[in-house]
Design a protein around this ligand. Structure first.
Ligand SMILES: [Zn+2]
Length: 142
């Protein structure tokens, strides 16, 4: 389960719309409790590191951006709990590419952006054996 405040969901949707028709991506920074439930405290947008032509359906986070995100999280005594990205004109379902590049423990929040308008937001978690993603419940609230 991942808890996101309405302003986080708005920020993710707005980032997805702003970067359309490219994919946007960003970090989810917050806390993980003993039951592995995540609470997002802040979202940190980052640029899309891929070459121009691949931006539409691939996202990649630069190592220095990940490090900067980890530093930011540590300053606030928080952790990176996951990542978000957009799927322009595709459903908010994790792709094979997402699966191949995912790490266990993190949440992968995907926003579907259809014709420039953000709609569905879903969250995914890698199964322990890394064979596939499972749906993760998003709890919207404080
Ligand atoms: Zn994706």
């Amino acid at each position: 389960m991942i808890r996101l405040r309405p302003e986080h969901l708005d920020a993710i949707r707005q980032h997805g719309e702003a970067d359309y028709p490219h994919e946007c991506c960003g970090l989810l920074i917050g806390r993980i409790d003993a039951q592995c439930a995540k609470t997002v405290v802040l979202t940190a947008p980052i640029s899309n590191a891929r070459e121009e032509e691949a931006k539409r359906n691939r996202f990649l986070i630069k190592p220095e951006e990940l490090l900067a995100g980890e530093r930011l999280a540590r300053q606030k005594q928080l952790d990176i709990v996951g990542f978000y990205h957009s799927h322009p004109d595709h459903p908010a379902i994790a792709s094979q590419f997402d699966l191949d590049h995912a790490w266990p423990m993190y949440s992968y929040v995907i926003v579907s952006v259809n014709q420039g308008r953000a709609c569905n937001v879903l969250s995914w978690e890698l199964k322990d054996d890394r064979s596939c993603f499972s749906f993760e419940k998003i709890l919207e609230g404080e």
